[in-house]
Design a protein around this ligand. Sequence first.
Ligand code: CP
Length: 308
Amino acid sequence: MPHFLDIHKTAPAALRGMIDSARMMKSARNGRPKGTPDDDQPLDGRMVALIFEKPSTRTRVSFDVGVRQMGGQTMVLSGSEMQLGHGETIADTARVLSRYVDLIMIRTFDESVLLEMAEYADVPVINGLTNRTHPCQIMADILTFEEHRGPIAGKKVVWSGDGNNVCASFLHAAGQFGFDFTFTGPPPLDPEAEFVALAREKGRRIEIERDPLRAVEGADLVVTDTWVSMHDSQSTKERRHNQLRAYQVNERLMAAAKPDALFMHCLPAHREDEVTSAVMDGPHSVIFDEAENRLHAQKAVLRWCLGV
Ligand code: CP
C-alpha cells in the first residue's frame, strides 16, 4: 500500500518523481483562478478523508483545494467529533473509513495513531503531521528551494531553534535528497539521535553546532519554527523562550549565512520570537512561496499514493 508516512520511508526516486510532478502541475495551472479545475482530472470520482486532531490552516486548506483542483472530493473530519475521539479504536476506524473513501490524510498527536491507521486501512494514508514528523511540509520546502536555487543536493541547510517534528523531517530529507544539515540549538532540544544517525548512515554531513553564528557559515538555507509546538505544554513557554533566545533568526544571523541564502519557516510564525519581521519580510525570505507550495507538493503526493 503506497502510504506516505515519512520521508525516510519513501524511496528517493519516488520522492524526486513527486517533486518533479509538483513543479509540472504548478506550471500547468499558469496563474489561473484557484478554484478552477486542472486540465488533468486524475482524482475524478475519488473521495478523500481529511482528519484533524489538531488545528491547521495550511494543511487543511491546501489538501482540500488540491483534491478539488484534481477533480476529487473531500470530507474534513475533526477527531473530537468522530467516534475515534470517543473510544472507537483506530483500527476499526481505519477499516470502516476504507469502505467509504479512497485515501485518508490524518493530522494527529502520537505517531502510533498514524501507524495503526496505516496498518489497518485498505487505502493509502498520508501523514499530515504528528508530534514526531511533518513530511508534507518538507516536500513543499524542497520544491520551494529548488524553484529558487536549483537542485538541493550538496547544499547546506541550517535549522536554528527547537529540534521538533519539522526539523526531524528535514533530517530525513537530508538523507533522501542528499544535502548537508546543521542543527543549532540548546542540548535539551536536540533532534532525536535516531534521526541524526539515520541521516549520517546515508552519507550526509550532519552537524550539531551550539554557536548559531558559526552554524550558519556557508548556509544555502536557514530554517526555523515556533519555539512552542502544538503538542508542547504552554507552561514550558517561558523556559523555551529563555533556552532559545540566542537562536532567533534575525538580520545578524542571516548576514552570517551565504549572501544568497534563503529563509524558510513552515508557519504559523511568532514574529519577534523565533524570527524577526525584518527577516520574514526581507529579501532572503520565501515563506509565502513555501506556504503556496504545500498545495502543489501535496497534489503530487496524493497522485503518487493513488497511482494516478
Ligand atoms: N505548516 C503547517 O502545517 O501549517 P498548519 O498547521 O496551518 O497546517
